[in-house]
Ligand binder design. Structure first.
Ligand code: UFG
Length: 326
């Protein structure tokens, strides 16, 4: 008996890697994705139901038919700047549609939920690295939408016994080590793909958003975590829930920060190409340094990241860029 797992947002960057890893681990993933940013061709070897998780009737039909052992949720909007301009879009999709999904799960007796949360729930770091107990003071609607769902999940566990694991990602990066999948956002806003587009000639340069931060080289430091390590944490979380484990929240990162300059240098080493760089202004809302204290996930889930090395993360992303665009 192979447990079925409903993966909402399974056609996106993280969701598509998760589907592949679930299959390799013997699960049967079924994807629901409205393809607003996901890509049909990224869903490898799983059924894809095209639709919106805020559509209660569609969910009712899928949950009834599939009867999944758990639901994994990757179907959120993720752009901080856009969330400031269009908060309605973020609250409608990230909060209200998620509640529709949770209520569908309740109606169908699905009790296990894995939620993609974010470092953005913490707001400006009060100390470093950031552990799970760090105050939650998000500074934009995106972060607030994720924190709201985490709070809803606490209440749903208490009242309805719905078990959840919230995984707070720091900077998801890299690509499938086999080179089949990779990162592809439209528009692209993430640092590593933008640098690699500059390396492959798809854009003229990469702009550094601020060089006057209080960091050793003046550029912002982030904790990049390989997409396969992120997905393997989900597998451990799934295992925990399917064995009757309790709800929990974990920060996911490597704990090492790399500056924007260091990431560009890694890309130059890996690609062996010229990468033109321009100095830009600071981007609103960027804290100087974000790094995870992920010891709790290691200790409680038995999770060990495999690709903590920045050059490997960048090399996998570069292999994907070359394969798709050269
Ligand atoms: N950066 C640049 N130039 C660019 C793009 C980014 O210098 O062209 C810098 C940013 O200022 C930041 C770093 O590179 O210091 C990383 O930026 P990303 O946009 O790749 O990632 P963020 O740290 O801003 O965002 C990540 C996730 C978001 C999430 C956010 C907060 O990708 O989805 O963390 O948790 F909302």
């Amino acid at each position: 008996k192979f447990p079925k797992i409903l993966v909402v947002g399974g056609a996106g960057y993280i969701g598509s890697h998760m589907v592949k890893m679930l299959r390799a681990a013997g699960y049967v993933p079924v994807v629901v994705d409205d393809l607003s940013s996901g890509r049909r061709e990224a869903v490898l070897g799983a059924e894809l139901v095209v639709g919106d998780i805020g559509d209660a009737n569609l969910l009712d039909e899928v949950l009834e038919r599939v009867s999944p052992a758990a639901v994994m949720h990757f179907a959120s909007f993720i752009q901080v700047g856009e969330s400031v301009q269009e908060p309605a879009k973020y609250y409608r999709n990230n909060v209200i549609a998620t509640q529709v999904l949770l209520d569908g799960m309740r109606a169908h007796g699905v009790r296990n939920f894995i939620f993609s949360s974010t470092a953005a729930i913490f707001g400006n770091p009060k100390y470093d690295p950031i552990d799970e107990a760090h105050p939650k003071e998000p500074i934009n609607p995106y972060g607030r939408s994720k924190w709201m769902v985490e709070q809803i999940l606490e209440d749903y566990d208490r009242a309805y016994g719905l078990k959840s694991i919230c995984l707070r990602y720091f900077n998801a990066a890299g690509a499938d080590a086999d080179g089949e999948l990779g990162e592809c956002h439209e528009p692209e806003t993430h640092l590593i793909p933008l640098i690699l587009q500059a390396a492959s000639g798809r854009r003229p340069h990469v702009t550094i958003y601020g060089e006057d931060y209080d960091t050793p080289d003046g550029t912002c430091i982030r904790d990049y975590i390989h997409i396969e390590d992120l997905c393997s944490a989900h597998l451990h979380a799934l295992d925990h829930l399917l064995q009757g484990g309790d709800s929990a929240r974990y920060n996911l990162g490597n704990g090492n920060g790399f500056s924007v300059r260091e990431v560009i240098d890694a890309a130059r080493r890996v690609a062996g190409r010229h990468i033109a760089v321009e100095k830009g202004d600071r981007r609103a809302g960027d804290p100087p340094r974000l790094a995870a204290d992920a010891r709790k996930a290691r200790a409680e889930l038995g999770w060990t990241p495999k690709y903590a090395d920045l050059d490997t993360i960048v090399a996998h992303a570069w292999a994907w860029e070359l394969r798709r665009f050269q």
